[in-house]
Design a protein around this ligand. Structure first.
Ligand code: C2E
Ligand code: MG
Ligand code: MG
Ligand code: MG
Length: 282
């Protein structure tokens, strides 16, 4: 009996594995095809300057248009990272972001910056420095207008090598932002180890504020630490006027969130910029 059970289980296990593997393989192929067919889109979410309320730039956020449906990065970036497709996708997002931002800088006459997310895999498998140089020379965007967002967990995958690449990019004039700050497991000492210009406070710290005193205390502590280390601070996932006022009062440098705007397709981002809106931050 035991043997039979074991065999039965084993067969079942293999079949589920196969089904999962087949599903992933199909998704990988679909994604590869979509990249070739311009079905990878770049959306943009404005970053609002504190305290003046102007749009000082935007974050580029990738989307997958699969059979007319928009798939969010949470549902395909991890797979793209596993199979290495994040490297060509990342190059595409980088180039597109630089191209559109340069266009908007010219049309508005404003010194707009663009922030592009970078995965660990791009540090490992790609010549990120070459990718940046290519994107800038193809589009004419000055490197001072380019910010790269890296997560704490991406930094920790290969700290020494990643540090070298970031130092080089920063020497070239790029800005380095630490994304999802506070959600990783590493010690704070890495803030001094890596060349970081900007801390992006994760949405999870913003969520409770300003109603929850503990949330407020953590935000205060993060802002005080960032100011002490001379890092700029972006708060992300800001959804209410109260949160905006509170973050403003703590001295956050810029604010990003649904309260001001969801991520927009490039046409809509272009129209928003053309209006030169000034948001209220107090
Ligand atoms: P992230 O870089 O931390 O981006 C912020 C995410 O929060 C975005 O989700 C954005 O749409 C969302 N968000 C912004 N404001 C609010 C808000 O007020 N409320 C709520 N609930 N959400 C808000 P999105 O676009 O789904 O991207 C998720 C993650 O996928 C990003 O997190 C980033 O880690 C990754 N990602 C996005 N684009 C790229 C890319 O081009 N390359 C790589 N490697 N990763 C990317
Ligand atoms: Mg980001
Ligand atoms: Mg983030
Ligand atoms: Mg994130």
């Amino acid at each position: 009996w035991a043997k039979q059970d074991g065999r039965g289980k084993h067969r079942f296990f293999t079949e589920t594995m196969d089904a999962e593997a087949v599903k992933r393989l199909k998704m990988e192929n679909d994604l590869r095809r979509s990249l070739a067919n311009n079905e990878i889109l770049v959306y943009f979410q404005p970053k609002v300057s504190c305290p003046d309320g102007h749009i000082l730039g935007m974050e580029a956020l990738v989307r997958w248009q699969k059979n007319g449906k928009l798939i969010s990065p949470a549902d395909f970036v991890p797979l793209a990272e596993d199979v290495g497709l994040i490297v060509p996708i990342g190059r595409y997002v980088l180039t597109k972001s630089c191209q559109l931002t340069e266009k908007w800088r010219k049309s508005t006459g404003q010194n707009l910056k663009v922030a592009v997310n970078v995965s660990a895999r791009q540090f490992k498998d790609d010549d990120l420095i070459q990718a940046v140089e290519d994107a800038l020379s193809e589009t004419g965007l000055p490197i001072s207008a380019l910010e790269l967002e890296v997560t704490e967990s991406a930094l920790m995958q290969n700290p020494e090598a990643t540090k070298k690449v970031l130092e080089e990019l920063r020497k070239m004039g790029a800005t380095i932002a630490l994304d999802d700050f506070g959600t990783g497991y590493s010690s704070l000492s890495y803030l001094r180890f890596f060349p970081i210009d900007v801390l992006k406070i994760d949405k999870s710290f913003v969520d409770g504020a300003p109603a929850d005193q503990d949330a407020n205390m953590l935000l205060r502590a993060i802002l005080a630490m960032a100011q002490g280390l001379k890092l700029r601070v972006v708060a992300e996932g800001v959804e209410s006027a109260d949160q905006v006022r509170f973050l403003h009062s703590l001295g956050a440098n810029s604010i990003q969130g649904y309260y001001f705007s969801r991520p927009l397709p490039d046409q809509e981002m272009g129209s928003l910029l053309a209006k030169k809106v000034v948001f209220t931050v107090d």
